[in-house]
Design a protein around this ligand. Structure first.
Ligand code: ACO
Length: 357
């Protein structure tokens, strides 16, 4: 018997009910289908109904993953939640998900590593299981971006009902300040359940390589709504859209196309594998053009990469499990497959995790 490894027992997702295509978005911001498809590859994304939170979606995905694994919520002994859009300033989502699932009073952790959150979560699960601290861990990635958009009620009505529009010029101009964000992001959640297995037959999380570098904080962050200012939120801040993410898309793009391939090579190398050993690469879904460039840089054939940003947009901490779950359903990640996960996001945080399914 060897040291226990974190072996995947099941996966699940939660997709909100409201599908939004690019034409619908062009009713509420100055954009068009061609611009969005050409620059990002995105055709649709899913939005929650108002009142559905990231913890709600996370619990839904968690339930689906437990069902897939055939594991009762009462058997889970640790919950790790990754989100950049928590329900509240505090507490984090961990206990909210735990309570909705009806799990026992188990320890929960919140990770705030944005798009790299799920990769950080996989490393955390690996450490919890290898150390013997936990035996059955639920890892959740969930984000609700629509709550970040400072749009009025009429905007949301016009999005879903063409007859409610057109929007007044002033509203369209205000909304369009955020067009580079709203077209990219979608709401969603994904989850994986891991079990400690000593008799693992080479399966499980094999290793990870993660990085963080605060020098790049300003290229992607939310200026307001935190302890850097007193009060943490004010009328002026809201009027100036200070609670909306600031993103220098070009800089993020350049970092992603170089660092995701580099760290994927590194994690393979450290664990004694080469790029040809990979059966599947699951990348963060921020922009299809980023992923096409990364695939090319790695010299991987198309069949060994799965992308679904076209359908879901960027769901931040949910992209890795959402993409993996879909790949698994399509038969691209059968038991025994070697899968690398890689992501880069705000912070800056990035990394890669290697797992044998
Ligand atoms: N529709 C139409 N025009 C638009 C839109 C839109 N939705 N958004 C921006 N534009 C305009 C700009 O205003 C600009 O106009 P100008 O030339 O008149 O000034 C023009 O299009 C080009 O804008 P750029 O920002 O230079 O376009 P770019 O080719 O860089 O594409 C994009 C923008 C899609 C955002 C790209 O840079 C990108 O995807 N970057 C990576 C984003 C990313 O990975 N984010 C990570 C988030 S993860 C996390 O941790 C939260």
């Amino acid at each position: 018997m060897s040291q226990p490894r974190a072996v995947l027992a099941g996966s699940g997702i939660a997709v909100p009910p409201l599908v939004v295509d690019n034409h619908m978005l062009s009713r509420i911001v100055d954009t068009n289908d061609q611009w969005i498809r050409e620059r990002s590859g995105i055709a649709t994304r899913y939005f929650v109904e108002p009142g559905t939170s990231s913890a709600d979606l996370g619990a839904q995905a968690g339930r689906a993953a437990l069902e897939d694994a055939g594991i009762e919520a009462s058997e889970v002994d640790y919950i790790v939640c990754a989100t950049m859009t928590p329900d509240h300033y505090f507490p984090g989502s961990g206990t909210l998900v735990q309570h909705q699932l009806g799990a026992g009073p188990v320890p929960t952790l919140d990770l705030r590593q944005q798009c790299a959150g799920f990769a950080y979560g996989m490393q955390t699960v690996d450490a919890l299981i290898r150390s013997g601290i936990a035996r059955t861990v639920l890892l959740v990635g969930a984000d609700v971006h629509t709550a970040l958009m400072p749009f009025n009620e009429r905007t949301w009505e016009t999005l879903y009902d063409a007859d409610a529009g057109p929007l007044e010029e002033e509203t369209l101009a205000w909304n369009s300040q955020f067009r580079h964000l709203v077209v990219l992001f979608g709401d969603g959640a994904g989850a994986m359940v891991f079990r400690a297995e000593s008799d693992h037959d080479g399966r499980g999380i094999l290793g990870s390589k993660l990085y963080g570098d605060g020098r790049h904080k300003d290229i992607l962050f939310v200026p307001g709504g935190g302890s850097a200012q007193r009060p943490f939120v004010s009328q002026e801040m809201i009027a100036e859209a200070g609670t909306v993410p600031v993103m220098d898309g070009r800089k993020v793009f350049k970092l992603a196309v170089t660092r995701m391939p580099a760290v994927t090579r590194e994690v393979l190398d450290v664990n004694g594998f080469g790029i040809d050993d990979l059966d599947l690469l699951v990348m963060h879904q921020a922009n299809l053009r980023i992923n096409e460039a990364a695939q090319k840089a790695l010299g991987l054939p198309k069949e060994k990469v799965h992308n679904n940003i076209q359908k879901y947009g960027n769901t931040t901490s949910a992209t890795l499990p959402l993409c993996f779950h879909e790949a698994r359903q399509l038969g691209k990640a059968e038991p025994g497959s070697l899968v690398a996960f890689t992501a880069l996001g705000a912070g800056l945080h990035w990394g890669s995790v290697l797992m044998r399914v």
